[in-house]
Design a protein around this ligand. Structure first.
Ligand SMILES: [Fe+2]
Length: 320
């Protein structure tokens, strides 16, 4: 009889297992939401294809680990993400799930540490991985959406915005090198929020005037943090500084007109709003893609660059 687990489990995606890497963590399986978890793969065993494949065929996409093993699981992901991405047997969606999970985890830890050098270095390495996955596969937005998390944590938002920025930059014809530069800039675009009171960022109600002014400081704070860094390009710096600027001058922190807003910041501005609208927020439920697009459409040519918005709409509508 297989060992069962009483409780205290957290879900992980099946995509995080490879038949060539020993996870070093007990992995559990539940046959239904209410059933007891049974040990699927003990820490010291290899989760061979013989075990993984039947589950994948049955449509199982979630396994479980003990909550106390979370740290070990995060180390496993950090140590093995490049190998997991290189696994030819994994689908594009699974690879994106791996990348998304790793990006959120690494960014979470780096953001928490507040060490800008570490955040930039991690962003460069993660962006390389995500661009590699997107370049190798005909990734579409709805596949991506299905594997991304949609909570309101800043590191989740930055991870999602980075994926979206790469898709839009590619659609606009930017080459691979620029796509990667933009992916890094997107991971850093909200860096200034680390200096804003968490209670304001997660307030489950409409912000008052003071709180709104506080939030509006984050592009300048991000700029100040990144401006002296030799490993951050001008375009990346502008993504942090100008992603809330709007063509008609109605944005912040400066109210720049459209021709003074860097193109990378315009790309970031569009997907930033789309991501925020389609994710859970402390004060509202996520919007569906077409409702979010309708909101963006209201700012076509006035707030957002029309060609860029057209391309984003095309990417979303191609699959809805
Ligand atoms: Fe922002």
């Amino acid at each position: 009889m297989q060992a069962t687990h009483p409780d205290g489990l957290i879900p992980i995606s099946m995509a995080m297992l490879s038949s060539s890497i020993v996870p070093g963590i007990d992995i559990y399986l539940k046959s239904s939401a209410d059933s007891a978890a049974v040990l699927f793969c003990p820490a010291e065993d290899l989760p061979s294809f013989k075990r993984i494949e039947p589950l994948a065929r049955e449509g199982v996409n979630k396994l479980f680990i003990d909550r106390s093993d979370r740290g070990k699981y995060q180390s496993y992901l950090r140590d093995n993400w490049e190998e997991l991405l290189a696994d030819e047997s994994q689908s594009a969606t699974n690879r994106m799930a791996v990348m998304s999970e790793v990006m959120r985890d690494v960014l979470n830890e780096e953001f928490t540490s507040g060490d800008t050098a570490g955040i930039v270095a991690a962003s460069q390495s993660l962006a390389r991985g995500s661009c590699q996955v997107i370049a190798q596969h005909p990734v579409v937005v709805n596949q991506l959406c299905s594997v991304l998390h949609h909570d309101y944590a800043t590191f989740t938002h930055c991870t999602n915005v980075s994926f979206y920025c790469v898709l839009l930059a590619r659609e606009l014809g930017f080459d691979a090198e620029v796509q990667e530069e933009i992916a890094v800039g997107a991971l850093l675009h909200d860096l200034g929020k680390l200096k804003i009171d968490e209670r304001i960022l997660t307030k489950p109600a409409r912000l008052d005037e003071f709180e709104f002014r506080e939030i509006q400081r984050h592009p300048s704070l991000g700029f100040e943090e990144l401006t002296m860094r030799p490993d951050v390009t001008y375009g990346q710096l502008m993504m942090a500084y100008q992603h809330h600027e709007r063509l008609d001058g109605s944005g912040y922190p400066v109210g720049l007109p459209g021709d003074e807003i860097h193109p990378y910041a315009k790309i970031c501005g569009i997907v930033d709003v789309y991501e925020a609208l389609t994710s859970q927020r402390p004060y509202r439920m996520p919007m569906n893609p077409s409702t979010a697009l309708a909101v963006l459409d209201k700012g076509d040519s006035t707030e957002f660059d029309s060609e860029m918005l057209h391309c984003w709409r095309h990417l979303i509508k191609a699959q809805t």
